[in-house]
Design a protein around this ligand. Structure first.
Ligand SMILES: *Cc1c(COP(=O)(O)O)cnc(C)c1O
Length: 432
């Protein structure tokens, strides 16, 4: 469920009309629903309630400090992938002892910072990384908690750029090699073997790949637990969300039909996985990113021009691929709706940004209600991998981010001042 819906002809986020926010803060503009974030977190936590568990929100999907605080206040942990993300958790008031540190390229400095902060676990992706963590821990006279990321070699049937659980990609250690890696890691004096981790990819919309992966690694996890006294098993993130027909006929129709279409929900996920996980007797970790933040955000934009060529109707808007790169990067679909429904007939349109790249588009040949200059549109489901992937390409300032809670709203990030874009640059001395 999410909290973007039409009330009469106006699109609302919870109790606030998006048109009023566009008027007050200008466009482009990100808007997040606190209730949606909360609801998604709580649904996952409730689904895992039968087992000892920790939800570690994958903050790379949306790391705005207010978003992190909402989740920290609910008791969430965090899946981090850099020292910078750990600093964000600390800045937002999150608990480092509930953080798992993932990623294939952790530097010695990042490992040291995370060890001093006291993270719950390092999710390790190679043997050289194990050696490095052991060395850094020895230097600090600390014991580093680690889990090795198992690559179960399961095809997740998602986009190639977000598949991670097969031997075609750089993540984790091959299933067949894991027992040997743990045996060697056990000999490293400054490591504590705390768990096992896996993550098979992102935007997975069926329960079957998750179940296949868990079934495949379960016997291995049992053996490792017996041998090394592990405490947890992390099943990773990757739970997919619905991007299509979010607002069909004014209600989130997908929600009503979810059961019929066997779409992944926290309940269906838990129903398929818990029978395998519960008998393990381990703490279960989960690292959802998109599932929590994806449908909690929208990108609001204004139509600058409508341009008709011989073949096409181009709607040129003031948001661009630097604000939301998913369509260009992953061929991603975002539903696009006017903030104020005008009842006009639809017209096949390309919605494009002003950047000088052919990849700068949000949709192609999509039937959209006819719009004109000054009309405002929302790109839905833009809460995950949206603002966090923003850039200053074309010297475009990053858009503001607004958090809505019921009828309240507040700036969670100011619109970037244009001078800040080059504030770290200089004209070098010999040019002066
Ligand atoms: C990206 C990532 C996640 C989160 O993925 P979502 O699809 O956003 O849930 C979780 N764990 C790891 C290791 C990741 O790299």
């Amino acid at each position: 469920m999410h909290d973007f819906r039409f009330v009469g002809n106006q699109l609302f986020c919870e109790g606030v009309s998006l048109a009023s926010l566009a008027k007050k803060f200008g466009t482009p503009l990100y808007v997040y629903s606190q209730h949606t974030l909360t609801d998604h977190y709580q649904k996952l936590a409730a689904a895992l309630a039968p087992v000892d568990h920790l939800v570690c929100y994958a903050m790379k999907s949306n790391s705005n400090l207010s978003v992190l605080r909402v989740l920290a206040d609910l008791g969430s942990g965090f899946d981090i992938v850099s020292a910078g993300e750990l600093q964000r958790v600390l800045a937002a008031g999150g608990d480092p002892a509930k953080c798992v540190f993932a990623g294939v390229g952790k530097t010695a400095a990042e490992i040291e910072f995370a060890l001093r902060a006291g993270v719950y676990c390092f999710n390790v992706e190679s043997e050289p990384e194990l050696q490095r963590i052991n060395r850094v821990a020895a230097k600090l006279k600390k014991i580093a908690p680690i889990a090795v990321r198992v690559n179960p070699n399961i095809e997740a049937h998602t986009h190639a750029k977000i598949t991670t659980g097969t031997y075609e990609n750089k993540f984790g250690i091959a299933f067949e090699d894991i027992a040997g890696v743990y045996a060697r890691a056990a000999k490293l004096k400054n490591l504590r073997l705390r768990g096992v981790q896996m993550h098979i990819g992102s935007q997975i919309t069926e329960t079957t790949p998750f179940e296949l992966a868990v079934k495949k690694v379960l016997p291995l996890v049992e053996k490792l637990k017996a041998k090394h006294g592990l405490e947890f098993f992390s099943v990773g993130g990757g739970l997919g969300i619905v991007y299509h027909s979010m607002l069909a006929s004014g209600v989130p129709a997908w929600w009503q039909s979810a059961a019929a279409k066997n779409i992944l929900t926290p309940a269906s996920y838990a129903a398929r996985l818990l029978p395998w996980l519960q008998p393990l007797g381990l703490k279960i970790l989960m690292e959802p990113g998109r599932f929590i933040s994806g449908n909690a955000g929208a990108l609001v934009t204004r139509v600058e021009y409508v341009k008709r060529t011989g073949k096409k109707n181009f709607v040129i808007v003031d948001a661009a691929m630097n604000d939301l790169i998913r369509p260009a990067f992953y061929d991603a679909y975002h539903e696009i709706v006017p903030l104020i429904r005008n009842g006009k007939a639809t017209l096949k349109s390309d919605v494009v940004g002003p950047i000088c790249e052919s990849g700068d588009y949000f949709c192609k040949d999509r039937p959209l209600p006819k719009v004109g200059e000054g009309d405002t549109l929302a790109l839905l489901s833009a809460g995950a991998y949206g603002a966090v992937m923003g850039s200053n390409y074309n010297a475009r300032p990053l858009p503001p981010e607004i958090l809505v809670n019921g009828k309240k709203f507040a700036v969670a990030r100011e619109r970037q001042a244009v001078e800040k874009i080059w504030s770290d640059e200089k004209v070098v001395a010999w040019l002066k």
